[in-house]
Design a protein. Structure first.
Length: 448
């Protein structure tokens, strides 16, 4: 009776599960994509075919086959498969599974594959719970993550695992998955008399962005609408009306966040306004806080442009005020204007490198005393001990310039800021050279 119940339950599940779940590959022959990771003679395929799979971290975007690969690994190695999500499970669940795995290994000599989806959501203590059982072989851990494991997985656990990088599927691979689902009569849509025309197929490939699960979900929605409307062909208008607009892939707290802000920064530094506008658009459409974006652009204006174009920083500040005043979506054009301006402005990091040099000197030489002649002397005592003695008021000096030294004696000739030859810094360099010539002339006159 129990076996019949389980059989009926499996049949019910297969009939009612989402298409993406029904079409999950059961073997490497059914697995589309990841040719590099699964190539003949490669680490992963050799490990699976030789039943020598170590603990691995599968790192890749959504819908690239991480969960499917874990199921296939369990089937190929004959190991007990236990899977759960890091979102809903804790250390208590992990310890219970480890205890069961030890018992199974002891009584039947059968290993256990523990598949943890979204392993990056486990904290340090939760991840540490796996260390010993992974090291002694009690379990084979397969962790799946969309986040860079270098940042999200504890180094001790990461050192005990092989990292396998999975990539977003290309158009041909997504197309093959869609075709397979349309032909498969047992698990897919085959036998239902529904097809998709070329334009509709190309659209499904495009909007899936390399995510097989998304492609199959969209195909299923379109098929449901086609059946309701008693249509046998899914064309572009039908598919567009069947699916909601897909959110742009952008994780505001994960690696993609840092990748895209880096892309924006480097595009502006590389004087490419087209790329700068694109990455700005990706961030805005992905829901990023506009103030975060514009703060980075303010920093860019002084770090990468500086005095090569002194108007860059005021424009960045004005844009920040615009963002605060009107917000999205009205501020998007102002942000685009700033991105294009910064990208096309002359570039100089002279101020950035100058201040780095200043910081280094401060740490190297310590708190050098302020020269007496430029110290403030608000009291008689201070004047009596030499504070302010010898200071020349520049406005009273010839040429409005005294030529005095203002750095401590120990670093009197130190040069921190050397303007470049780009943009307005050419003019600044001329000014510095001009003041230097007058100072040298005055010192020469004073020494005679």
């Amino acid at each position: 009776m129990a076996d019949l119940f389980e059989k009926n339950l499996r049949e019910y599940y297969r009939a009612n599960a989402p298409l993406a779940e029904r079409m999950r590959p059961c073997s490497l022959d059914e697995y589309f994509g990841q040719g590099e990771a699964l190539k003949k003679g490669g680490f992963l395929r050799t490990s699976l075919e030789g039943d020598r799979l170590p603990s691995v971290i599968l790192w890749g975007p959504p819908g690239t086959g991480k969960t499917s690969l874990a199921y296939i690994a369990a089937k190929m190695t004959g190991k007990n498969f236990v899977g759960f999500s890091a979102v809903t499970s804790g250390v208590k669940d992990v310890r219970a599974i480890i205890a069961q795995a030890r018992e199974l290994l002891k009584t039947e000599g059968r290993g256990t594959i523990l598949f943890i989806d979204e392993i990056h959501r486990f904290n340090k203590i939760q991840q540490d719970a796996f260390l010993h059982c992974v090291e002694d072989g009690t379990i084979t851990l397969i962790g799946a993550t969309t986040e860079n494991p270098s940042f999200e997985v504890n180094p001790p656990l990461l050192s005990r695992c092989q990292v396998v990088v999975l990539h977003a599927l290309n158009g041909d691979e997504i197309g093959a998955i869609l075709d397979n689902a349309l032909l498969d009569a047992e698990r897919g849509l085959g036998g239902q008399g529904i097809s998709v025309n070329d334009e509709g197929r190309d659209f499904l490939i495009s909007v899936s962005h390399g995510d097989a699960r998304t492609a199959l979900n969209f195909l299923e929605l379109a098929a449901i609408k086609a059946r309701v409307e008693k249509r046998t062909e899914m064309d572009l208008p039908l598919i567009e009306s069947a699916i909601a607009k897909r959110a742009i892939l952008y994780d505001k707290s994960g690696e993609e966040h840092f990748n895209i802000i880096s892309a924006l920064h480097k595009s502006m530094r590389g004087s490419d306004p087209q790329a700068a506008l694109y990455w700005l658009g990706r961030m805005i459409e992905g829901g990023e806080d506009p103030l975060y974006i514009v703060r980075r652009m303010v920093r860019f204006a002084s770090e990468d442009i500086g005095n090569a174009d002194p108007q860059a920083l005021p424009l960045a500040i004005a844009t920040m005020q615009t963002v605060k005043f009107v917000g999205l979506p009205e501020c998007d054009n102002a942000m685009a204007q700033l991105a294009a301006y910064l990208a096309t402005a002359p570039k100089s990091n002279s101020i950035y490198t100058a201040f780095k040099s200043v910081r280094s000197e401060v740490h190297r030489s310590g708190p050098l005393p302020v020269p007496l002649h430029i110290r403030n002397a608000p009291t008689k005592l201070m004047k009596d001990i030499g504070y302010g003695k010898g200071y020349v008021y520049d406005h009273d000096a010839e040429d409005g310039f005294s030529g005095q030294r203002f750095l401590p004696d120990e670093i009197a000739d130190k040069v921190f800021y050397s303007p470049g030859e780009v943009g307005f810094e050419r003019e600044i360099a001329k000014r510095i050279a001009y003041w230097r010539r007058i100072a040298e002339r005055k010192r020469q006159t004073d020494s005679e």
